[in-house]
Design a binder for this molecule. Structure first.
Ligand code: SF4
Length: 339
């Protein structure tokens, strides 16, 4: 393991941010969990635990937004059956269906990172809290229940779940602390020094080579490659995304029925064009290269061929998704909340 990765592990897992967090040496975890997104990295971690390369999990938890591509649900079913043979239960947790909730005038605000075209022609990004609401929240709730201290019971000091997160060395900067005392995040792929390519190779060796990255069908972080994949491999998902894109043009129905002032138009595609009007097939003009994607590199410029094509290469993983980060937006619409 190189020094940078070791340093990241020390920062994230070393207990520097929470004085009350138990030392890994002094107190073993009460339970071991995997945050399973059913994408490349977390699927790899589950299989590594099945094979005994890393400690086994008491549970693997899949936080379901209700709007993942069909291929992700199929992979989840396959992983569930595989892990069961090794005594690792895969459980689904959920806070609802993000698509249905967003379109329901009676449902409270759903905050996806929609692209905003402001009345003055500038562009911005709507506040994003969807990962927190639909993934992190249900996972924390389940962890408390599995520890025996469902909300609002106080979790005693020293009682905690070790939660494995599938982050590979090429995305180590996204490794984060859980932010709560009763969940301690660990990163097996960082410890092993595995990058995404190694994970893909490992999955292929075990018959899981067709694993795709996990993210909501209508995630505004998709690049053209992601949208193209949905269009070409998941026609029903594509139709749902196009219909959703049209439905939120003037803001979420909940906001409009509440009489909130409309500011601009809202889009799933970062070009701020209707999804079914975007040319997804013309290849980017700039030479492709390996890069670290950050919130800034994705949204800090209107013209970024790499991001236009790839979007977020790592999907939306709880505790590493950029939707858990502070709002950053461009243009005069910066920081505006989607109506
Ligand atoms: S995949 Fe996208 S839309 Fe879905 S929860 Fe993550 S950031 Fe939000």
């Amino acid at each position: 393991m190189n020094t940078t990765v070791r340093a990241v592990n020390r920062v994230v897992t070393g207990g520097s941010t929470h004085r009350s967090r138990p030392s890994p040496r002094s107190q073993p975890p009460t339970t071991r969990l995997l945050s399973l997104g059913a994408g490349i990295q977390s699927s790899t971690v589950l299989l590594l635990a099945c094979e005994g390369v890393i400690p086994r999990f008491d549970y693997a938890l899949f936080a379901d937004t209700g709007w993942e591509p069909r291929a992700v649900y199929e992979n989840l079913a396959r992983l569930r059956a595989y892990a069961a043979k090794f005594g690792i239960p895969v459980r689904t947790v959920s806070a609802g269906n993000i698509r249905d909730d967003a379109l329901d005038p009676a449902h409270r605000f759903v905050s996806m990172p929609l692209h905003v075209l402001n009345p003055d022609g500038s562009r911005g990004l709507a506040r994003r809290q969807c990962t927190s609401e639909y993934k992190i929240g249900p996972l924390k709730k389940a962890a408390r229940e599995l520890l025996g201290y469902p909300h609002p019971k106080r979790v005693p000091r020293g009682v905690y779940a070790e939660q494995s997160i599938g982050i590979s060395v090429d995305e180590f900067a996204r490794a984060k602390d859980s932010g709560v005392q009763y969940l301690r995040n660990v990163f097996p792929l960082l410890e092993l020094g595995w990058d995404r390519a190694r994970c893909v190779e490992y999955l292929a060796e075990r018959g899981f080579g067709d694993t795709v990255k996990s993210a909501c069908v209508g995630c505004p972080f998709h690049g053209n490659a992601g949208w193209r994949w949905i269009r070409d491999h998941d026609p029903d998902g594509w139709a749902d995304a196009v219909a959703f894109d049209k439905a939120i043009r003037d803001g979420y129905p909940h906001a409009t029925t509440q009489g909130q002032e409309l500011r601009g138009q809202y889009f799933l595609h970062r070009s701020c064009q209707p999804l079914d009007h975007v040319d997804l097939d013309t290849p980017p003009t700039r030479k492709r290269h390996l890069r670290l994607v950050t919130a800034e590199s994705t949204h800090g410029s209107d013209v970024n061929p790499d991001v236009d094509e790839d979007g977020d290469p790592d999907g939306c993983s709880p505790w590493s998704c950029r939707s858990g980060e502070p709002v950053t937006a461009t243009g005069t619409g910066a920081g505006k909340r989607a109506a």
